[in-house]
Write a protein that binds this ligand. Structure first.
Ligand code: SF4
Length: 272
């Protein structure tokens, strides 16, 4: 029998992580037979984690669901076609909406859902009228989205470090050499080289962490604060910056509000 073999370049869709690491996959008669990181991917440049490298196991697993399953009794299911499943789910959802209101439904997407699927779940809940769309990101990264929303009016405007051009990098409680930069949101497998380059061009990397982490070892300065004191560390920086007027006053006057309130808050805090 003639086999249909080809190699495709694609992105990983296993995790709910944003980098969508580049993969090069051998496909034979519609089945993945080999998976390699894509060296030519412009961001991940040959990096893929263990989950992405096992994507063929997900696709080829004999227990993988390929059609909807309807529960007939506890622990027992029957296979139904998509049209039957969608019509029945729609009928039941309308009934829930009618009897209990839109907030009676919630969705939860685990880490095997990619970011696109999570966006679809959000859209589904919004259309239904429910705010209850939960996913793995409900437990992490919400701080960044909340700050972006307050600062820029959109929770998706999350700033990325400009490591390639930075002259000073302050890293608090993060160890990107081990996390491949994931704690900076976008995975940056070459963050180690980027941080080393800051020092090499005369800049400075400062790591604030109680532990001497792998990243702290390549930094120009390691500040080992006591666990749980990072808030006071940041307040101390603010006290110096605001108290000694070490900021661009014209910029602050044009773009910021609440400086007087911040000054009063800082005056009332005893950092001693
Ligand atoms: S980090 Fe892993 S799971 Fe996430 S996109 Fe890359 S290969 Fe996939």
């Amino acid at each position: 029998m003639e086999t249909n073999k080809r190699t495709v370049r694609t992105t990983c869709k296993i995790g709910a992580c944003e980098p969508f690491c580049g993969l090069e996959i051998d496909v034979e008669n519609g089945r993945m037979t080999a998976v390699r990181p894509d060296e030519a991917h412009p961001v991940t440049r040959g990096y893929a984690c263990i989950k992405g490298m096992r994507v063929a196991d997900y696709q080829n697993d004999p227990d993988r669901l390929l059609a909807p399953e309807r529960r007939t009794e506890p622990g027992r299911f029957e296979t139904v076609d998509w049209n039957t499943a969608i019509c029945e789910i729609g009928r039941r959802l309308r009934e829930i909406h009618r009897r209990y209101g839109p907030r009676a439904i919630a969705t939860y997407w685990g880490n095997a859902a990619d970011s696109t699927a999570i966006t679809l779940a959000n859209s589904f809940c919004h259309a239904f009228g429910s705010p209850n769309s939960f996913n793995v990101l409900s437990l992490e990264y919400t701080d960044r989205g909340a700050v972006a929303s307050r600062m820029f009016g959109n929770e998706n405007f999350i700033l990325q470090p400009d490591a390639e051009r930075a002259r000073y990098a302050l890293l608090l409680g993060t160890n990107p050499l081990v996390t491949q930069g994931m704690t900076l949101l976008q995975r940056r497998p070459y963050i180690g080289a980027e941080l080393r380059a800051i020092g090499a061009r005369g800049g400075k990397v400062v790591v604030v962490d109680p532990r001497q982490t792998e990243t702290a070892r390549i930094a120009q300065q390691h500040i080992a604060i006591l666990p749980g004191t990072d808030l006071f560390f940041l307040l101390g920086i603010l006290r110096v910056v605001v108290g000694e007027r070490r900021f661009d006053r014209r910029f602050v006057e044009r773009h910021c509000s609440g400086l007087g309130r911040l000054e009063r808050i800082l005056e009332g805090i005893d950092l001693g």
